[in-house]
Ligand binder design. Structure first.
Ligand SMILES: Nc1ncnc2c1ncn2[C@@H]1O[C@H](COP(=O)(O)OP(=O)(O)OP(=O)(O)O)[C@@H](O)[C@H]1O
Length: 523
């Protein structure tokens, strides 16, 4: 940490925010010095996002003071926050999909900032190289993967020369190499005097990068610590009270008969900057978890969309479920055959923000809740209530709108809703994105139980540690090619890391999209 002077960068004094029926922040006081990297920790629903939204002017606190560079300020809107030098990267990104990266960044800059910057596209390219972000200013946001969108959000803050950068779970969608790259960026910013407020559930990262941590529970500060004097386990204990048992490793299983077969699947991308799938062949067996690792933007989205039926193009017999061709069926028909699906984007694709949790349940449970052509609302409500209890989803009840849930709680709900259907095949991206340690353990166990009951689970993730923990067989995707599929026990992180960079592809001239500088150096 480089504390350039003794005046604090940001001081929060007794911040309090009440939502109907929920005291989200209860008299929270925190001080951040210039250059300090400060972690904000706590289980799902502890009040972290609400607090940082108050700093960024998205939420207005009912009570409390914000002192910025030694003077009291009232941050009534994000533009005021940005003018002060506060930048924020949200859990759910706020980018316009139909605009380019450059246009998106331009939108949040004032006229004066634009004049000072001059040629914005060149500035983005320059910062991209300086910080190793690999952000192309002319690409359309709709063509970018989640990981790439996050880098655009970070770029948006860098362009504005921020003095405080707030990151809400920045690493949950990044590969190990990208996380390492991000940490280099954060350390550089810290050395330049920029303070960083970092929300994360990945405690080993907190102990690695953060100078201080504040732990919230039930909207209150319950503890503070210096992370590198702690262990992930001791911090977890501060967060959730009694220590959640750490994942020590689960027994690997061998699948039985093939349930989902993908054979020689080649497909042009639907989006202009998407990735073509190239001759993908694999089978997913009953009673196994198959993990597919990959750097964001290498065909994962396209593969998930075509398997789930979200991409409605008819791929004929290249896709079969229990020996029945399903390439021509739409998503609802595939669900009826026993397929469930958890997309990586929870708000918007995994759940409709304005609908209640019960209504969201109905959307993906085509079977079971319709009787004689009528919706059986009581059964839907009962099912939703059971899932809320089972996965400890913090909300007011089945009637809560999806958008009122904290990110981790919505993820728990979506996972529970899909697992609860006892699907034959579960296609799932980032199952524990933004979920706290205790809940991640519950989701892991639910996935393993589902596997042990005979379900076939396809896990597509950038979290390589989680893939090694859960998957029985592993593979990697690069530039739309799928690597060989091997037993997890017979491979290691190095090999999968190399496959993620495309070393298995015969044609050496293949372009590796979205690789970080570190990966390029390795490949
Ligand atoms: N707009 C809203 N209306 C009602 N309640 C809300 C609203 N936004 C948040 N809450 C509630 O406030 C509490 C704190 O939510 P917050 O999003 O701050 O938690 P969090 O610590 O960031 O959780 P996570 O780790 O899951 O992101 C939760 O119980 C949440 O349901």
């Amino acid at each position: 940490m480089n504390t350039h002077n003794s005046v604090s960068r940001l001081e929060l004094v007794n911040i309090t925010k009440q939502y109907p029926g929920c005291l989200a922040n209860d008299n929270i006081s925190i001080t951040l010095m210039p250059g300090e990297i400060h972690a904000l920790l706590g289980e799902n629903g502890a009040g972290k996002s609400t607090l940082v939204k108050s700093i960024y002017g998205v939420v207005s606190p009912d009570k409390g003071d914000i002192i910025w560079d030694g003077r009291e300020v009232s941050i009534k809107s994000p533009s005021i926050a940005r003018d002060l030098g506060i930048g924020m990267v949200f859990q759910h990104f706020s980018l316009f999909e139909t605009l380019t990266v450059c246009q998106n960044i331009e939108l949040c800059l004032s006229k004066t900032q634009l004049v000072n910057i001059g040629d914005l596209a060149s500035r983005i390219t320059q910062l991209s190289e300086e910080y190793g972000l690999n952000v192309n200013p002319s690409r359309y946001v709709h063509s970018l993967s989640i990981g790439e969108r996050q880098r655009v959000e970070i770029m948006r803050c860098l362009v504005q020369s921020v003095k405080l950068l707030i990151l809400d779970e920045p690493t949950s969608v990044l590969t190990p190499q990208e996380v390492a790259g991000l940490f280099v960026v954060l350390r550089t910013l810290s050395n330049e005097g920029c303070s960083i407020l970092f929300i994360s559930h990945k405690l080993h990262e907190v102990t690695e990068i953060c100078d201080k941590a504040t732990i919230l529970r039930g909207g209150k500060v319950v503890d503070t610590c210096v992370p590198n004097e702690e262990t992930p386990a001791s911090i977890a204990k501060m967060m959730v009270g009694d220590l959640a048992e750490q994942d020590a490793g689960y027994a690997k299983k061998e699948g039985t008969e093939s349930v989902l077969c993908v054979s020689s699947l080649s497909l042009e991308p639907k989006q202009p900057f998407g990735t073509a799938l190239k001759d993908i062949t694999f089978d997913l067996k009953s009673g196994e978890i198959l993990g597919i690792a990959g750097v964001a933007g290498n065909g994962q989205d396209e593969l998930m969309a075509i398997i789930s039926g979200e991409d409605e193009r008819n791929i004929k017999s290249t896709l079969s479920l229990s020996k029945q061709d399903i390439g021509h069926l739409h998503a609802g028909e595939r669900r009826k055959l026993g397929m469930a699906y958890v997309p990586e984007e929870r708000l918007g694709r995994g759940a409709v923000p304005e609908m209640s949790l019960s209504e969201n349940t109905l959307l993906t449970h085509s079977e079971g809740f319709i009787r004689n052509g009528l919706v059986d609302w009581q059964s839907i409500k009962d099912y939703t209530t059971t899932m809320i209890a089972k996965y400890k989803v913090k909300c007011h009840g089945e009637f809560s709108e999806a958008k009122s849930l904290s990110g981790g709680n919505l993820q728990k709900f979506i996972m529970g809703r899909e697992i609860g259907q006892n699907p034959k095949v579960l296609i799932c991206a980032h199952p524990t994105w933004g979920v706290d340690v205790g809940a991640a353990l519950a989701i892991h166990q639910a996935l393993l139980e589902l596997r042990d009951q005979g379900a076939a689970i396809l896990l597509i993730s950038e979290d390589i540690d989680e893939l090694f923990l859960l998957a029985d067989r592993m593979s990697a995707i690069c530039d739309g090619h799928l690597s060989p599929v091997v037993k997890t026990e017979s491979t290691n992180i190095d090999q999968i890391g190399q496959w993620m960079a495309g070393t298995f592809i015969d044609n050496k001239s293949v372009s590796i999209s979205n690789t970080t500088p570190a990966q390029k150096a390795n490949s």
